[in-house]
Design a binder for this molecule. Structure first.
Ligand code: PEP
Length: 250
């Protein structure tokens, strides 16, 4: 047993239409789930639907942006600043998702700078780390996730508003979920890394959530692992099974 509140994030990625988003919100609003004292639920629509979702979503669920700019806004066409998210009272932002690291060439330093800046503007951050299949097969999983975590950690003064998401790249959107033992192993090592490099208190209190092909069928066993404090869910967060995933908190 631990005092970390279970956390379930839904990453809607670049999906949705006005109608589709309404349907998902209504599915969420009608879901019967454990109370806010037991599970923290955060869904992340595209920027363009954030405001609609925020205003129509049940009050015990919260919203996250999927990205924000690394620094103060200004002449950065196409970007959205942390100040703007704070202004709209968007409480959370996902940073360092592997799709952005890989497809938009976001470097470790850039991700670390973004996390530090967003936190400084008062946002809460879901910071993502994870190894590729090649890195796993070559035995460098822990080196990779520790290096990604270190780049973030060295820029932070305070971990209170950070949730760390372990998302093995080979498991994202592939249907190849990490086994409960594989997830637990990395989560345990990440917590140990926090203990040795940040502090025992931060290690004990920081939520480390798993992401990568989480579904209604596999969530319960993953949630039972001692160092798995919740999930970041992509594909299944658009479907009614997201409610089942939230229920795995208990
Ligand atoms: C994600 O994008 O964060 C994710 C985990 O996706 P999926 O659940 O679809 O693998």
């Amino acid at each position: 047993a631990n005092s970390r509140k279970f956390f379930v994030g839904g990453n809607w990625k670049c999906n949705g239409t006005t109608e589709g988003v309404k349907k998902i919100v209504s599915m969420l609003n009608n879901g019967v789930v454990p109370s806010q004292d037991v599970v923290e639920v955060v869904v992340s629509p595209s920027f363009v639907y954030l405001d609609t979702v925020k205003s129509s979503l049940r009050s015990d669920f919260h919203v996250a942006a999927q990205n924000c700019w690394v620094n103060k806004g200004g002449a950065f066409t196409g970007e959205v600043s942390a100040e703007m998210l704070a202004n709209l009272e968007i409480p959370w932002v996902i940073l360092g998702h592997s799709e952005r690291r890989a497809l938009l060439n976001e470097s470790e330093e850039f991700v670390g700078d973004k996390v530090a800046y967003a936190l400084a503007r008062g946002l809460k951050v879901i910071a993502c780390v994870g190894e590729t299949l090649e890195q796993r097969e070559s035995g460098s999983t822990m080196d990779v996730v520790a290096a990604q975590t270190k780049t973030i950690a060295e820029r932070l003064l305070n971990w209170t508003n950070v949730v760390l998401a372990y998302e093995p790249v080979w498991a994202i959107g592939t249907g190849k979920v990490a086994s409960p033992a594989q997830a637990q192993e990395v989560h345990y090592e990440l917590r140990k890394w926090l203990q040795e490099n940040v502090s025992a208190e931060i290690a004990a209190t920081t939520r480390i959530i798993y992401g990568g092909s989480v579904s209604g069928a596999n969530c319960k066993e993953l949630a039972g692992q001692p160092d798995v404090d919740g999930f970041l869910v992509g594909g299944a967060s658009l479907k009614p099974e997201f409610i089942e995933i939230i229920k795995s908190a208990t």
